[in-house]
Design a binder for this molecule. Structure first.
Ligand code: NAP
Length: 233
């Protein structure tokens, strides 16, 4: 079942990079989108809003701030979404090992990439239609099985933990009809991915949306890359 009229997505962490591209891609496919930014500054999402008008609503939330998550949930009461997608995430120095990292930096990554996306899903999940989709942006680096070369230790740990918590969420919602997706978008040229990444945003995000669309209406949890291939846990 879809919401009435155009399908609607809530995309969290959409000021720039992959999140902004996801919003643009869904709008281009006729969806209505609520996209979130943090803070009051002007972002790429505001430039997009100037072009597309009413199909895009901009909301504000820093996912680390529990009071802001609760306040957004209140503001969105009564809305129904076909897709909730949590894109927000941060990286750290890829060479920093678990032996080097400060406790503060470790907490920053785990709270931003692991606890906060799950908290958003816990808080907003009930706004998603019974056959809708809940997705998170993870990473191929979140695969425990594929970690044969090391590097990115803290970031990997945060995304692997995110994947595990999605499995726990899926186990708890076993009877649910929603499609649950963990997405690995590929290594993409964004502020986070850097200029030497393998893929342009246009080579990743339209395919990510194709993958999400292909899984629509299929209950259960899958960990998929931007080409629709299963990533090893
Ligand atoms: P990016 O360019 O650094 O953008 C990160 C996005 O997350 C920004 O919109 C940022 O908002 C938002 N964000 C960060 N912390 C937040 C918070 N506490 N609350 C709300 N929003 C927050 O990174 P990206 O490359 O687009 O990455 C997007 C997602 O894809 C991340 O989860 C990342 O781990 C994942 N990923 C990226 C790659 C890659 O190669 N690029 C590969 C695998 C996975 P602000 O503008 O306010 O900072």
């Amino acid at each position: 079942m879809m919401s009435n009229g155009s399908p609607k997505a809530l995309i969290v962490g959409a000021s720039r990079g992959l999140g902004l591209a996801l919003v643009a891609e869904y709008l281009s496919r006729g969806w209505d989108v609520v996209g979130t930014v943090r803070g009051n500054g002007r972002t790429g999402l505001h430039d997009l809003k100037d072009k597309v008008g009413a199909a895009l609503e901009i909301e504000t939330v820093d996912i680390v701030q529990q009071d802001q998550v609760a306040a957004l949930r209140k503001r969105l009461s009564g809305q129904v979404f076909d897709l909730l997608f949590v894109n927000a995430g941060v990286a750290n120095d890829p060479d920093e090992t678990i032996g080097d990292v400060s406790t503060e930096e470790f907490i920053r990554l785990m709270v931003t990439n692991t606890l906060s996306p799950m908290r958003v899903i816990e808080t907003f999940g009930d706004l998603v239609t019974p056959a809708g989709t809940i997705g998170v942006m993870s990473s191929g680096l979140g695969s425990v099985a594929d970690n044969e070369h090391g590097g990115w230790e803290i970031y990997r740990g945060s995304k692997a933990a995110l994947n595990t918590l999605m499995r726990s969420y899926a186990a708890r919602h076993r009877k649910d009809g929603r499609s649950l997706l963990i997405i690995a978008p590929g290594w993409v040229r964004t502020d986070m991915g850097g200029p030497h990444a393998a893929l342009d945003i246009k080579e990743s995000i339209p395919r990510v949306v194709d993958v999400i669309t292909a899984q629509s209406g299929k209950p259960g949890l899958r960990y998929l890359n931007y080409q629709g291939q299963t990533v090893r846990w």
